[in-house]
Design a binder for this molecule. Structure first.
Ligand SMILES: Cc1ncc(COP(=O)(O)O)c(C=O)c1O
Length: 394
């Protein structure tokens, strides 16, 4: 394929640090070393039995292997039921559509708003798919800075006027992966007023509303007055219900945006596999006590990891939400990637360098709360023995 000219878009996608981390992990495993993988965002919890049963039953019906083409009415009703029960938000049927995961929704939504050269605004650091939503649409990606000293909230008044004039949409997400903070209610009220004033659409990514440690219940962007007039929310079933592989999430909110997005996606897909739709219905309408139990388990892991790390000399703040912990790397390392490689080499503990989330993440690492408390204690022991954080104690 020597003569094949690939697109700039695909040529600019970098395999990044994850490939290098994976190679290193394989090398350690070949050497018979024990590894602790805290880099992946896949829950180790299981889907609820009634959800798996709904999927299993639906899989036995040959009719369910046809193109579904549209969302089942019961699926839409299930989202309405869930949003009312969980967030106190009323949704009309035309304010809801399913997608193959929020990731897929973000991959395509830029095409709804942007012509090549239009501008979008995303956080730095931020979840990589945020910027990709613009790159896929050949848009110009601008970054709003979020810093620890400001609680990782954007300085809305500090965004230059000329950027605001050009911006089609802004992606906002709390609890925010990777920095693990929540936003206060007043922030959303200000955001909605700001979006209305500058005619900027807000896309709110709500992947972690059920994994929050500062209060019992996370909120929906749509529970704030005026939100539906300015934007939509990505509501993912992946983490709340441990359905990451099923690939089903929803875009909910402004009906005009939903109508245009549905039109675009009618050219891309033929609807969600029926058994997945039935599993999602069971998840959203069935018993949900396990969500609170799961949240408490994540909270206990958060306390075990952050408390344990502080005890051995790494001053890591407690996570406020998401299934991750965000920590400043100790002094003496060239970069967060350098620290991650050395940490893995020395201890077998794999964490994600903050630089994977943008330049604003340099100097930090992200650790996933995807192992049980006992394993977390083992990890703390291994890190302590390695002496890697001892100098901070002195
Ligand atoms: C912030 C954020 N948004 C979206 C997703 C992807 O969600 P989905 O599985 O619905 O595509 C993730 C997954 O890790 C995430 O962390």
């Amino acid at each position: 394929m020597d003569n094949t000219q690939f697109s700039d878009l695909v040529n600019n996608i970098q395999p990044g640090i994850f490939g290098a981390l994976n190679e290193k992990k394989e090398e350690l495993l070949r050497e018979g070393r024990k590894v602790y993988n805290l880099s992946v965002g896949t829950p180790d919890f299981q889907p609820a039995p009634h959800v798996m049963k709904a999927m299993e039953d639906a899989c036995k019906d040959p009719e369910n292997y046809k193109y579904s083409l549209a969302d089942l009415p019961e699926l839409i009703e299930a989202v309405q039921y869930r949003y009312q029960k969980r967030f106190g938000v009323e949704l009309e049927a035309d304010e809801i559509m399913s997608v193959y995961g929020s990731q897929e929704a973000m991959a395509h939504i830029g095409l709804v708003f942007c012509n090549p050269g239009d501008t979008i605004l995303v956080p730095n650091p931020g979840y990589p798919m945020f910027e990709m939503s613009g790159i896929m649409a050949h848009a110009n990606v601008e970054y709003y800075t979020i810093e620890e000293k400001n609680g990782y909230l954007p300085d809305l008044d500090g965004i230059p006027e000329d950027v605001l004039e050009r911006t089609k949409y802004m992606i906002v997400s709390y609890p925010l992966n990777p920095v693990c903070v929540c936003a206060p209610d007043e922030f959303y009220e200000r955001l909605i007023a700001f979006a209305g004033k500058h005619h900027i659409v807000i896309l709110h990514d709500n992947a972690y509303s059920d994994i929050i440690f500062t209060r019992k219940q996370g909120r929906s962007f749509l529970s704030f007055e005026g939100a539906k007039e300015v934007g939509v929310e990505f509501y993912s079933l992946s983490k709340s219900y441990n359905l990451t592989g099923a690939r089903i999430s929803f875009v909910v909110g402004n009906r005009e945006i939903i109508r245009k997005f549905r039109l675009l996606r009618s050219q891309i897909d033929y609807g969600i596999f029926y058994p997945v739709q039935y599993a999602a219905i069971a998840a959203m309408t069935g018993p949900d006590d396990f969500i609170e139990e799961q949240r408490e388990k994540y909270a206990a892991r958060n306390r075990a990891l952050c408390g344990g790390l502080r005890r051995i000399g790494w001053n890591v703040p407690d996570s406020q939400g998401t299934m991750f912990v965000w920590a400043k790397i100790p002094e003496g390392y060239e970069s967060s990637a350098d620290f991650c490689m050395k940490l893995m080499e020395k201890t077998g503990v794999i964490v994600t360098p903050g630089s994977a989330f943008g330049s604003g993440g340099e100097g930090y690492v992200r650790m996933a709360l995807v192992v049980d408390e006992e394993t977390i204690r083992e990890v703390i022991g291994v890190l302590d023995e390695s002496g890697i954080f001892r100098k901070e104690q002195n």
